[in-house]
Design a protein around this ligand. Structure first.
Ligand code: 5GP
Ligand code: ZN
Length: 134
């Protein structure tokens, strides 16, 4: 499989590794939003959150929590974004599941999305659909 993050796991491509355990690898994003921007991935290939094994996701989520604390401390950040793009139309470029751990700074001006308001009944309808889908 031609996956750059699998190649990083296998040591076939270089990376700045900051943490690893049996299931998880964390390394610096090559094009950081800010220095310290870290990617947390499962060692076993999974395309995204919708397809990852529950045990691997639990390990990735816990590593992301630990790294959020460590990256905040190391960069003296004012806040942290933990985010994940799933599938191309949600902005996913690398098809190996990864969580972004991004330090943020007062006044850095980055905006992620534009909130809107619900129309009449719209919230109740989507609430029912989500409950049904679970
Ligand atoms: P996505 O848009 O898929 O959520 O984010 C993919 C991220 O992977 C991007 O932020 C990009 O900078 C990072 N990236 C892409 N290729 C490489 C690479 O070869 N090495 C590292 N360390 N990061 C990469
Ligand atoms: Zn992969």
């Amino acid at each position: 499989m031609d996956c750059i993050f699998c190649k990083i796991v296998a040591g076939e491509l270089p990376s700045h590794k900051v943490y690893e355990n049996e299931r998880v690898l964390a390394f610096l994003d090559i094009h950081p939003v800010h220095p310290g921007h870290t990617l947390v991935i499962p060692k076993v290939h999974a395309r995204n959150l919708l397809e990852i094994a529950a045990e691997d996701w639990a390990a990735v989520a816990e590593a992301a929590r630990m790294l959020a604390i460590a990256v905040e401390k190391a960069t003296d950040a004012d806040g942290m974004n933990i985010m994940m793009n799933n599938r191309a139309h949600a902005g996913q470029v690398v098809d190996h599941a990864h969580v972004h751990v991004i330090p943020r700074f007062k006044g850095d001006g980055l905006r992620q999305w534009s909130p809107r308001s619900y129309k009449e009944n719209e919230a109740a309808e989507i609430e029912a659909k989500i409950r049904e889908a679970l």
